[in-house]
Design a protein around this ligand. Structure first.
Ligand code: UT7
Length: 317
């Protein structure tokens, strides 16, 4: 496969750390030093579908394709207003594309999982272009009274269009069933026969456990994709990593022994937008002309599950 277009979209509301100080026992200094986040974008008047559609249209325009050129749509999303139908069904009509579609929920690792599915589909089916949309609103999942959580997240969407090609050099997905460190349940409709208690509440996270799992599993994934592709860390031009915490990115950087300039970040502006962080960052790099033909990108993400994924992709747009 080959990426031929990128797009992203952000809510209009910018929420700075200073704004959070108004209702939380926190400080700009704590948030910046512990996470690298200075501000985030949060949904206010717009909807998640709006962001998904905007980022997808931008990716199609960037790829030079029209809706009729898209043969499959994959959406990565953890939660949205609809339980059913899937977010992909909802936005497919608005985008004016006519093709099969489905959602995946692989939490923050969703973009890497979607790339792998797209790669397999392109290899085995008669498809021209696949649109991948990662649209997330973790800002609607967290408890805004819990300072250890709500400061971390932002809402947003990032999209790519992929086509047949030979740019995927190696990919590794991994899932280890560990629910405790990061989960959220929502109550379903009662029945006259229900005999169990249901839990309906915000995201539950053990930050330190997630931190440790994130660093160890990302390092493991990165070692494995480098070895699979027979490429050394020195040969990687950019490490486009999930933007969850600057200290997690720094830990991975120290392990790789590569220069800081190879680790682009935008977590300061957007916080953790779940599976959208990597396609949003990719879109920024693409539009700022920071990606050169032939560049080798290593992407790596981790999230609830515990799901992780990493891949090495040559840039040849
Ligand atoms: O995509 C996956 C999503 N999740 C993650 O990536 C989370 C990964 N984990 C992390 O990023 C970090 O563990 C956090 C940023 C969540 C927390 O950082 P930490 O260095 O692990 O802090 P901590 O949990 O050990 O808390 C240290 C102190 C505590 O106070 P005491 O008990 O020492 O008095 C917390 O109550 O910092 C306090 N604290 C805060 N203080 C000011 C926690 N959150 C805040 C806050 N402002 N927002």
């Amino acid at each position: 496969m080959r990426i031929i277009g990128t797009g992203s979209a952000h809510p209009s509301l910018v929420v700075t750390n200073k704004m959070l100080e108004n209702f939380l026992d926190t400080s700009d200094e704590w948030i910046v030093s512990r996470t690298g986040i200075e501000q985030r974008r949060l949904i206010s008047s717009e909807s998640l579908e709006d962001l998904a559609v905007e980022s997808a249209l931008k990716a199609m325009e960037n790829a030079g394709v029209v809706p009729d050129d898209i043969d499959f749509l994959i959406v990565s999303n953890v939660c949205n207003d609809y339980v059913t139908p899937s977010l992909s069904c909802v936005i497919q009509g608005e985008l004016g594309i006519k093709c099969p579609c489905f959602d995946i929920n692989c939490a923050c690792s969703g973009f890497i999982y979607a790339l792998d599915i797209a790669e397999s589909f392109l290899a085995t089916k008669d498809l021209r272009n696949i649109l991948i949309v990662c649209a997330e609103q973790p800002g609607r999942m967290v408890d805004w009274k819990d300072r250890a959580q709500c400061v971390l997240f932002g809402d947003g969407a990032g999209s790519v269009v992929v086509t047949k090609g030979d740019d995927m050099k190696a990919i590794r997905l991994n899932t280890v069933s560990k629910v405790d460190p990061l989960w959220q349940k929502r109550a379903m409709q009662p029945t006259p026969f229900l005999r169990k208690e249901e839990h309906d509440g915000p995201l539950v996270m053990n930050g330190q456990d997630v931190f440790k799992l994130a660093v160890s599993s990302s390092i493991d994934d990165i070692e494995k994709v480098l070895s699979k592709a027979n490429i050394s860390a020195e040969d990687i031009d950019l490490f486009v990593l999930h933007q969850a915490n600057i200290r997690i990115i720094d830990a991975i950087r120290h392990f790789s022994k590569q220069d800081k300039s190879k680790f682009p970040v935008n977590i300061n502006k957007y916080g953790n937008t779940s599976s959208a962080t990597i396609p949003i960052l990719l879109d920024e790099l693409n539009r700022e002309g920071k990606l050169k033909n032939g560049d080798l990108l290593l992407m790596s993400a981790f999230g609830a599950g515990f799901t992780t994924g990493a891949c090495i992709l040559r840039w040849s747009k």
